[in-house]
Design a protein around this ligand. Structure first.
Ligand code: ATP
Ligand code: MG
Length: 419
């Protein structure tokens, strides 16, 4: 029996495998491992390797063990047919062994069987109608991240016999169609032991054929996207950006930072007090309606409060702020705004921070926040903001400004401006 690497040489003499591909292929054909997950970067050759492994089991392995095997190969990409067809084109000894020959392609679409060992490879796209009704000894799922979970379950139900091998191979990118940033493939890559999988991860930065693409990818991917798209490593909850770029982009408008007014419009401010590393930040927003907000101001100060409090209060006065929500910590900042006649609501970040951020996240996701494009430092910080960040002061004060506690805050009755 030819090993998988040698087998590849006979089918694709035009390509030389790199050591990482050889190791991946050896894992895939090891029948001792029942469930294998391979998490690879884009263009690592997932589809090529899935196609090769299906063919190797149907051809070499089946002949070696002396019994027919059924291999079910599921992919979200049409390309899977082409990859198998290429093997038949390059190795002319394969086609005469087919029970039914292809018409437009070397192989018939969907299913081919060898006349000598009677093994069958069924290639199908990831729809439950196509997958259901199959029986297989070996199940291979290519581009697993794009295969819906219910189809993964239908596919697992197709397994039969004593080999019962499952191979899943994909790039751990959040699915484009689902609202959630998780999918079943990412869950398995995150906790392979929990699901009984043996996992390996492969970065496509080692593939020389991707050299040009890598230069392009460096420009377009942020750190988190690079990890999943290129390194095949899904981001953890902590690493994930709090506000997805596409939603931030949809919130940015070419508009002035001026009040729009109208019935029910109120001006609210959020103040996140500074510390050793952080600035004191002030955000002023206009609440246009219960579900529409516009950011009017965002700025920050470092140093002692005496040095900037006058300037901060002037901004509150200019915008005729109705309601101020200020962080209750550190406690020494309490009392300063009162000197100027303001009655801020103090909100304890220790208990409310999660809620403040999740409300802001919801408003950005629902595009109910208008951010004028001139507020560059705020926009920049939103793009890189992660949970637990210590220097996200602009974002923290924005979160306070839009925060609505369970009991709605009312505009304080007596606001006496002394200054
Ligand atoms: N050892 C190699 N030497 C040269 N080129 C290779 C080698 N292995 C794979 N390739 C090339 O890499 C390309 C990517 O293959 P394939 O489509 O299987 O990758 P993929 O990981 O499925 O990509 P995608 O992420 O786009 O689905 C193919 O065009 C193939 O020719
Ligand atoms: Mg592919």
């Amino acid at each position: 029996m030819k090993g998988i690497v040698e087998y590849f040489r006979t089918k694709r003499p035009d390509l030389t495998l790199i050591p990482e591909q050889e190791e991946l292929l050896k894992d895939l054909v090891n029948v001792e491992i029942q469930k294998v997950a391979e998490s690879c970067g884009r263009g690592f050759s997932k589809t090529l390797c899935s196609a090769l492994v299906a063919l190797w089991f149907a051809d070499e392995y089946s002949t070696e063990i002396g019994r027919p095997l059924e291999i079910l190969l599921i992919s979200h990409q049409q390309k899977i047919y082409d990859r198998i067809d290429e093997f038949f084109l390059k190795d002319k000894s394969l086609r005469p062994r087919l029970r039914v020959k292809g018409i437009n392609y070397e192989i018939p679409r969907e299913k081919f069987q060898f006349t000598d060992n009677l093994s069958i490879v069924t290639t199908c796209l990831a729809t439950s109608k196509k997958v259901r009704g199959n029986r297989c000894d070996i199940l291979i799922i290519d581009e697993a991240q794009d295969v819906p979970e219910h189809i993964y379950k239908v596919a697992l139900g197709c397994l039969t016999g004593d080999i019962c091998k499952v191979i899943i191979i994909g790039t751990p990118r959040p699915s484009e169609t689902s609202k959630s940033s998780r999918n079943w493939f990412i869950e398995i890559v995150d906790c392979p032991d929990k699901y009984g999988y043996k996992l390996k991860q492969w970065s496509s930065s080692v593939c020389w054929w991707n050299a040009k693409a890598l230069i392009e990818w460096k420009q377009i991917y942020n750190e988190e996207e690079w990890a999943s798209e290129v390194d095949g490593v899904p981001s953890t909850k902590e690493q994930r950006m709090m506000f997805p770029r596409k939603h931030i982009d949809a919130s940015i408008f070419d508009t002035e930072c001026i009040r729009e007014g109208g019935v029910g419009s109120t001006i609210e401010a959020g103040i996140d007090w500074g510390g050793v590393e952080c600035k004191t930040c002030l955000t002023v927003i206009e609440r246009l309606s219960p579900s529409k907000y516009k950011v009017l101001w965002s700025s920050g100060w470092k140093g002692a409060i005496e040095a900037y409090i006058d300037e901060l209060v002037k901004i509150l006065q200019n915008f005729k702020v109705d309601l101020i929500k200020a962080d209750s910590r550190p406690p020494e900042f309490k009392g300063w705004l009162e000197k100027y006649g303001y009655k801020p609501f103090y909100i304890d970040g220790v208990y409310n921070k999660e809620q403040e951020l999740s409300q802001l996240q919801k408003r950005i996701r629902e595009h109910s926040l208008i951010i004028p494009e001139c507020l560059v430092p705020l926009i920049k910080q939103l793009c890189v903001y992660k949970k637990g960040m210590r220097t996200g002061d602009f974002v923290d004060s924005l979160a306070l400004a839009v925060y609505q506690p369970v009991t709605p805050l009312k505009k304080p009755r007596e606001v006496i401006i002394i200054v």
